[in-house]
Structure formats: C-alpha cells, structure tokens
Design a protein around this ligand. Structure first.
Ligand code: ADP
Ligand code: MG
Length: 463
C-alpha cells in the first residue's frame, strides 16, 4: 500500500545526491592531498591534524621478548600478550582477550572509572600469563597502548587527548595525558607494567603491516570509525621543529576522519545525523564512511520513506525512530542477501524494525539503499587512499621502477562487509589505471595490537 511514486522519487533523489563519479573522486583525492600538505605545514593549518607520532622507525623483525598490548578505541577493548622471537621465530605465541565496554563507562563517566575499568581487565589478563611466556628475571613487563582517538603526542610514550570521537564522551579526560591516567589506574590496581609506547591504531596497523611486508607504506582503519597513517619524509614536515630523525622518516597519524571538503557528497540525512551526534560539525568524512554510521544513515532514509511515502504501509514502525537501532552488520547481512525473496532482509525488518510482513518490493528498496550508502562510503575511502598516494608521488606508474605500494587495512567494516571491500578495490582501479597493478590493499587482521607490542619492544627500557 506504499505510495510507490514517492518512494521512487525519494530513492532517486538520494541516489543522485550520493553520486561519486570518477571526476568527483579525483577532486576529493586532490583535496585530501592539499589538506595533508596544509596540516603538515602548521599546527591547526587544516581540518586534518596530521599528528606527529614520534614513531621514526618501523619494526625490522629483530624484536624479541614478551610484550603486552592494550587496544582502546571502539566498542570492544582488547588486551594482548605476544612472545616475539626475532627474525627466525617471529611471533612465537600470541594471546588476546576481548572485553566489551559498558555504555555507561564510554559516555558520561569519569577518567577514573574508565581507566580503572581498563587497568582491572589488564590485571586479570596478566594474572593468567602461562609458562610459555618468558619475562627475564627482574624485568618489568612492558606494554604498547593503542589509543584510537586524536592525541597530541608529547613523546613516544605520552600524549594528551584532543577530543573524543565514535561515541565516547568522558569530559575530564580531554586534555589529560592518557598514559599518566592509565599509569595511575594500574597503580591503584596493584599492577606493575610500564607503558613503553602510546600509539594510534593506524600507527599500530602500519607497524604490524610493515613487520609482515616491507612494502607497506600506509595503514587505514575501516571499523567503528575511520583513519589513516603513513610514512612521511621528515623534511616534508615544516611544523616539525625537533631534531631530524636518523631514519629521515616520521609516521604521521592523519586523523582523516575529520576531513571535509565541498566535494564530499553530503545529503540532508548526513546533515541531520551530524547535528544530532555527540560531536556535531566534526568527523564529517568518518560519518559518511565508517561502520558506526552506515546503518544509521540507512535508518534515517527508511524513516523518511516510511513517513512521507508510506514505504511500510500506512504506519511508521516505531522502532525506525530509534537512533542507531539499525547496525552496520545487519545492513551488511541484508545487502548480501542472495535469496530470490530476500528472506534475510525480511527477517531483519521483522526482528529489528518490527515490520512483520514486508513485500518483495519493500525489501528491494532496502537493498538498493544499502548499495547507495555503502558504495559512496567505499568509493570515498578509495579516494582518500589515492590522496595519500598522490602526496607520496606513488599514484602514477613509473616506467622501469615498479615501486610497490601496500596499504594495510584493519577494521571489521573492511574485513566483513564484502561489498564494501570489493567496491573499494574496484574504485582504486578506476582511479589509478595502470598504477593500480603495483598498489595493493591488504587486510591486516588485528595488525594494530601486534604493531603496538612491536613498538613497545623497539622502545623498551631494556634495549
Ligand atoms: P574498532 O573500529 O571499534 O576498533 P572493529 O574493527 O571491530 O573495531 O570495527 C567494529 C565496527 O565494524 C562495528 O562498529 C561495525 O559497524 C562494523 N562491523 C562489524 N562487523 C561487521 C559486519 N559483519 N559487517 C559490516 N560491518 C561490520
Ligand atoms: Mg580497532
């Protein structure tokens, strides 16, 4: 009983506003390159913070010993220990434990509550260390702390939180040294561990990626949020007034989620999502691309179609009005539904939105919307990567010297949302032409945890 003419019109309008033809993507890539330059030139020179990571050497493979890693940055928080065996033995043993962070800790709690929660979980994990892990007698355990929010790094092992993103909001942590806060909490928990490195997850992924493949030059996160890091030539960082590192290189955490440009296809649904978010006006690129938001964009379009065009009949499912009720993994499941009657879509509509009897016509609209939203996100992600390649002069095919560029990608959105991943890779080919042959987008599963442990090893007090 839907007003199909109106539904079609809303769909067509949305599709047009989300369009990302190659010409537009090239403009986005160019804008990314320009903003990168501006962010490197001066503090506050761009929406892109282009943060200096203090990582001027990536893992070599020689790293040895027992190291811990702790990953805070999304819905789950992870603790990990790794026994590193050097060039021959590589990763001898590796254990991970995942803990979900209660909503009331993530938002509205206090620094003490958050860090006590983390330190307690870490202490419990350390207590289960088995005989197959070896810490030389008299040594302190060391940890790489992956903290996936914008941090003004003060050294390799300290840095202050600039702002929260991705649904976190704990006011009194902003401006604090997160390593200091963690250290105090570990002391309260009676845990003797030294934080040897504070790294963004992008930097951890880059380190973990390089450990496995020497051609890795950048890392991208596509999970709850999105971000990227890459290896820059130190002399190309005008705002860096410190000593030039021996390696001549510095890893830059772009904080690309905060990128924005007039070339980005932003719809009224995106604008409303932004206004009603915890961080209005910020992380605009992230809000179009990443896992936290794709399902929510879909919900907003469906809600409007239900209200204005009776998509689901002459009532608006009340569940459809609940922000974030449609999650990206559910959207992905619907998008990949291969059954003739779109059974998966029907079940999701029933279970999540309490639409009991959806018609095939309704279900097809849902799948089309998934495709529009996800293609836009994946194509814009590809444009961002091309922006990095351009900055490094690696976007064109150079005769004779076929320099390989590997991008290590981590995050459940890229890993599990197959249509997103395929679309991103296809778009790289559209944008790069011949040069696409020497550009490799590689899944780096949980590279950030191992990467943080590796960076703890290379910044150990004992080496
Ligand atoms: P984080 O980014 O928080 O460190 P992940 O890399 O695990 O963690 O990403 C989690 C995000 O990935 C979730 O918020 C969700 O949006 C998205 N995601 C998880 N599973 C899937 C899936 N099967 N399909 C699509 N997206 C998924
Ligand atoms: Mg992560």
């Amino acid at each position: 009983s839907g007003e199909w003419g109106k539904v079609e019109a809303l769909l067509k309008d949305f599709e047009e506003k989300c369009a990302t033809p190659v010409g537009k993507l090239k403009q986005v890539a160019d804008a990314m390159t320009v903003e990168m330059q501006a962010g490197l030139a001066s503090e506050g020179g761009s929406k892109l913070k282009m943060l200096i990571s203090y990582v001027d050497n990536l893992p070599t493979g020689d790293e040895k010993g027992l190291f811990y890693a702790l990953d805070l940055g999304g819905t789950n928080f992870r603790v990990m220990r790794v026994q590193l065996g050097g060039k021959e033995k590589r990763i001898v043993k590796h254990e991970v434990k995942e803990v979900s962070i209660p909503q009331n800790v993530m938002a509205g709690s206090s620094s003490e509550v958050l860090f006590d929660f983390i330190a307690t979980a870490l202490a419990e994990f350390v207590a289960t260390e088995g005989d197959d892990f070896h810490l030389p007698p008299g040594r302190q355990r060391e940890l790489g702390f992956t903290f996936s929010f914008p941090v003004k790094q003060l050294s390799i092992a300290s840095g202050t939180l600039i702002k929260w993103t991705k649904g976190f909001s704990i006011e009194d942590v902003v401006g604090q040294d997160v390593v200091g806060e963690l250290a105090k909490a570990m002391e309260r928990a009676g845990l003797d561990v030294r934080v040897a490195a504070l790294v963004n997850d992008t930097v951890g992924t880059l380190a973990g990626g390089r450990y496995n493949n020497p051609d890795v030059i950048a890392a991208v996160i596509l999970g709850t949020g999105t971000n990227a890091a890459y290896v820059e030539r130190a002399h190309a960082i005008p705002k860096w007034h410190g000593l030039l590192p021996k390696s001549g290189e510095m890893v830059i955490n772009m904080e690309w989620g905060n990128f924005r440009s007039s070339h980005l296809p932003v719809t009224e649904y995106d604008q409303n999502l932004d206004i009603e978010s915890l961080n209005p006006g910020e992380q605009i690129y992230e809000k179009i691309i990443s896992g936290m938001y794709l399902g929510e964009i879909l919900r907003r379009v469906l809600c409007r179609m239900a209200e204005e065009a009776s998509l689901f009949g002459d009532y608006v499912p009340s569940k459809l009005k609940v922000p974030f009720v449609l999650r990206t993994p559910d959207m992905s499941a619907m998008h990949h539904d291969e059954s003739a009657d779109l059974k998966v879509v029907g079940n999701k509509l029933k279970d999540i939105l309490e639409v009991p009897n959806s018609t095939l016509k309704m279900r097809k609209i849902v799948v089309e919307l998934c495709d529009i939203i996800t293609s836009r996100g994946a194509r814009l992600s590809a444009a961002g990567i091309v922006g990095i390649l351009k900055k490094l002069g690696r976007d064109t095919f150079k005769d004779g010297e076929k320099q390989r560029s590997v991008i290590a990608v981590d995050g459940a959105l890229f890993e599990h949302y197959t249509k997103f991943r395929n679309c991103l890779k296809e778009t790289m080919k559209e944008l790069l032409g011949d040069a696409a042959d020497s550009t490799i987008i590689e899944l780096s599963n949980d590279g950030s945890g191992v990467g943080a442990a590796l960076l703890a090893a290379s910044h150990s007090q004992y080496t």
